[in-house]
Design a protein around this ligand. Structure first.
Ligand SMILES: N=C(N)NCCCC(=O)O
Ligand SMILES: [Zn+2]
Ligand SMILES: [Zn+2]
Length: 328
């Protein structure tokens, strides 16, 4: 497509004219999908679903809490020297309506809705919801790209087998994904892992599935830059999916979550690692497990809104770069 045919993206509401606290919240005050003709380069979509949790519920309210907390985001991202909402069209695609009383049906609904969005050519920036939703999202992404590299930021492994006999839960999505062959097992990493496990076997099982682990202590000792370099080398130019459980952060940085664990990363470390991955081929991403009932002063929702902002910036820079390549 020539640049003449590329419409100028419609950006966020101008906060110097309409106070940022006015009006209904979309992510970053961006237009809704219907306001940009149903087509967008990046679709920010909520998944208000938390039937898969093993402890505190409430992540069903996470997406809207992140939208509310994102009102203060500004259009230029100095850390990546980019204006993400000008480089590509980013729009808020609303919520996927998943059945709260039937996990299997919800998983199917989420996959079908993701198929529709990805089918339009959009990349997805999903706001959860509990971590169960990563499985149907990965299924859909793999239909489009083949098995993808996965970076999984989380206190937890989420590669357990079942809970109370249920195979789709927030503790099991990545075991299911490996079993289903939708992940590229040469490039799977957990980042921010910590906390008690059921037994040592959890680690053996996880390693057998193909995962490497960067613990939160590793991040502290080695620093964000070195960790990002190492991850980038492992990922190479593979299509990459990033799944961020906000409980990768220390409860001091993200109290509003369902299964908090002490000793986590700071939000500065998380944002810096993501910035260090800006050259990766990020095809879609999620930020999950924000449970606003346990939040204070929007600490968690603000961290999540900035996390999604860095991810969106990575994607929009790549979209702009590949557009330039095809017009050159
Ligand atoms: N994905 C999250 N947040 N937590 C998984 C914890 C599973 C457990 O209760 O053992
Ligand atoms: Zn977790
Ligand atoms: Zn998780």
């Amino acid at each position: 497509m020539s640049s003449a045919e590329t419409p100028t993206p419609r950006g966020p509401v101008d906060s110097s004219r309409i106070p940022r606290y006015a009006g209904p919240a979309t992510y970053a005050r961006l237009p809704r999908l219907d306001e940009v003709g149903g087509r967008t380069d990046i679709a920010v979509v909520g998944v208000p679903f938390d039937t898969g949790v093993s402890y505190r519920p409430g992540a069903r309210f996470g997406g809207n809490a992140i939208r509310e907390a994102s009102r203060l985001l500004r259009p230029y991202n100095p850390a990546q020297d980019a204006s993400p909402f000008a480089l590509a069209q980013v729009a808020d695609a609303g919520d996927i309506a998943a059945n709260p009383f039937n996990i299997n049906e919800a998983v199917e609904t989420i996959e079908a809705a993701a198929d529709d969005l990805l089918g339009t050519g959009a990349r997805m920036m999903t706001l959860g919801g509990d971590h169960t939703i990563a499985l149907p999202l990965l299924r859909s992404v793999a239909k489009k790209h083949g098995p993808v590299a996965l970076l999984h930021f989380d206190a937890h492994l989420d590669t357990w087998d079942t809970y109370f006999g249920a195979e789709y839960t927030h503790g099991t999505p990545f075991r299911r994904a490996v079993e289903e062959g939708i992940l590229d097992t040469e490039a799977l990493s957990h980042v921010g892992t910590r906390g008690p496990l059921y037994g040592k076997q959890d680690l053996t099982d996880d390693e057998k599935l193909g995962f490497g682990i960067v613990t939160s202590a590793d991040v502290y000792r080695r620093g964000a830059d070195e960790v990002a370099d190492q991850l980038r080398q492992r990922i190479g130019d593979r299509p990459l999916y990033i799944s961020i459980d906000i409980d990768c952060l220390d409860p001091a940085h993200a109290p509003g979550t369902g299964t908090p664990e002490a000793g986590g990363m700071t939000s500065r470390e998380l944002l810096e690692i993501l910035r260090g991955l800006s050259s990766c081929n990020l095809v879609s991403a999620d930020v999950v497990e924000v449970a606003p009932a346990y939040d204070h002063a929007e600490i968690t929702a603000v961290a999540a809104s900035h996390t999604a902002y860095e991810l969106t910036t990575i994607m929009s820079r790549q979209i702009a770069a590949s557009r330039e390549e095809t017009t050159a």
